[in-house]
Design a protein around this ligand. Structure first.
Ligand code: BES
Ligand code: MN
Ligand code: ZN
Length: 516
């Protein structure tokens, strides 16, 4: 059942609900604000637990009390916010996700919360509400499309508990200051939209590759285009051939599944076509490695090799709904990478749309090949500024793990703009150096470049190849090989697809529309 987040005016001590969430900064002994009011109504039960050292206010700490009729809320949950000096909207997302899953495990069907940090925490009320909506909705996300209904023992994860059969239907942010209600309501609506879009990206990634084919991705793009009013163009193999997309087609030729180059267009500033942003996503719906076949262990994870494309479709949904004053084009390079009888061979030379030739040293370095032609095509559409998103290299997982996304590019300005958008979304980016010295690693004896630079600086050499196709367009590359999936639930993330960087891409479009 989908959860709704809403806002209500009133006093938390008067609000009837199965559970009321208040909070505490680490080191605070006398709670103030909403938590203080609840503490007084409970005859000091919270401050007593603090005095006994049972509540410390650490980030991630959750304590539940039964109110025994002293206030209309049946239970009170005290959520630790961590040190006040470290506090930001990321902490609100973290707390909101953790608390929502905690209460779902307890079998609670709805709960109320104060707006974390909107008072003493110093956050803007709208930002707090947006982070609560994002943290709660994304933290409660489940992908159970392929599970039988839970009456039978179907092997569902026992750690998720059995009390959550119907889940949480609604969450209310309760605010006594009437002047904050409009900001809170606005924040909830943006947060809900961004969370729903992110969940679309997660769904696309979590579906298995026998379902989420290039055609199915195009179908989803069509549904999104119709829902939020975008233009859609889906290019098939023949049209790609006519455009000279030899690099993309080289990858696609090993598969029976028809490739699709999906183009979604949002026109938010039609009078100024040069005011634009291109979002390019890698959409390999399954990466076997091709003839340079991957080992069997964990190969199933390669159903998620279209996570970049999924985040672009999802961000286009958000952008189409939020309607910023900028033109945004989303381009998704969707194909399988299979070792079929027609598959390309190591040593093959392919020619991309801009005429540059690539020696295919390793057919498993396929992402950069499909992106090369898609970036050329974006340029041919007049894109002046672009961000590509790709699960591009295993080396990226080794370098940065899952804490942040690797960023490379040719524009310090656009990189900074991404970091600014990331500060707002809580998704983080770390830039790697694009030094000229790395270019020689992809020098080929027979073509303009080769598609694999060997073991050294694997994420950077992949970006060096992409740079040849960005040419003079302002460009940033995001390697989400690590950050596209999570290994366990924490805050707004759950195990499986994360939907990264959907929210940042949408935020970037909003910021660019407002002048940077
Ligand atoms: N899709 C993979 C990268 C990947 C690996 C993403 C692990 C997520 C988790 C990509 O197509 C790939 O296979 N890259 C190769 C490149 C190499 C052959 C130059 C890699 O990283 O090993
Ligand atoms: Mn590969
Ligand atoms: Zn791949």
């Amino acid at each position: 059942m989908p959860t709704t987040v809403k806002v209500a005016a009133g006093d938390v001590t008067d609000f009837p609900t199965p559970a009321l969430v208040v909070n505490l900064f680490q080191g605070v002994t006398q709670p103030a604000g909403g938590t203080g009011a609840v503490d007084r109504a409970l005859d000091g039960a919270i401050s007593a637990l603090i005095a006994d050292g049972e509540i410390k206010g650490k980030l991630g700490e959750i304590t539940m009390l039964h109110t025994m009729g002293r206030i209309p809320a049946k239970r009170v949950v005290v959520a630790g916010l961590g040190k006040s000096g470290d506090f930001d909207t990321a902490a609100v997302r973290r707390v909101s996700g953790d608390v929502a899953r905690f209460l779902r495990r307890k079998g609670v069907s709805e709960f109320a919360t104060i707006a974390h940090g909107a008072g003493i925490g110093g956050l803007d009320a709208g930002e707090s509400a947006q982070a609560i909506a994002e943290g709660t909705l994304l933290g409660l996300y489940k992908f159970d499309t392929y599970r039988s209904p839970p009456q039978a023992d179907n092997g569902s994860d026992p750690s998720e508990g059995s009390a959550d059969k119907d889940g949480i239907s609604n969450v209310t942010i309760v605010e006594r200051d009437a002047t904050n209600i409009a900001a809170l309501t606005g924040g909830v609506s943006v947060g809900t939209l961004l969370a729903e879009s992110t969940m679309l990206a997660r769904d696309l990634v979590n579906h298995p590759a026998n379902v989420m084919t290039p055609a199915r991705m195009a179908e989803t793009a069509r549904e999104v285009a119709e829902a939020v009013g975008l233009e859609l163009d889906v290019m098939d193999r023949d049209r790609m051939k006519a455009h000279g997309m030899g690099a993309f087609l080289g990858v696609a030729q090993g598969s029976e599944e028809p490739p699709k180059l999906i183009v979604l267009t949002y026109r938010g500033d039609p009078e100024h076509p040069e005011n634009n942003l291109g979002l390019v996503g890698k959409g390999i719906t399954f990466d076997t490695g091709g003839i340079s076949l991957k080992p069997a262990a964990n190969m199933e994870a390669m159903k998620g090799d279209m996570a970049g494309g999924a985040s672009v479709i999802a961000a286009m949904r958000a952008i189409g709904s939020l309607k910023p004053r900028i033109n945004v084009t989303g381009l998704i390079a969707a194909t399988e990478n299979m070792p079929g009888g027609r598959a390309q061979r190591p040593g093959d030379v392919v020619t991309a749309m801009n005429g540059k030739t690539i020696e295919v040293i390793n057919t498993d370095a396929e992402g950069r090949l499909v992106l090369a032609d898609t970036m050329c095509y974006a340029r041919s559409l007049g894109i002046t500024r672009m961000v590509d998103v790709a699960t591009l290299t295993g080396a990226m997982v080794v370098t940065l793990g899952k804490a942040c996304t690797g960023m490379m590019g040719n524009s310090a300005k656009l990189a900074k703009q991404l970091n600014t958008a990331g500060d707002r979304s809580g998704e983080r980016f770390w830039e790697l150096p694009m030094l000229e010295d790395y270019r020689e690693l992809i020098r080929s004896d027979v073509a303009d470049m080769k598609n694999s630079g060997g073991r050294q600086a694997g994420s950077i050499t992949a970006a060096m190849l992409l740079r040849e196709f960005a040419e003079d367009t302002e460009w940033v590359h995001l390697d989400i090989a690590g950050t596209s999936t999570a290994s366990s639930a924490k805050g707004h993330l759950v195990k499986g697809a994360t939907g990264v960087p959907t929210r940042t891409l949408a935020q970037l479009a909003l910021n660019l529309a407002n002048g940077g």
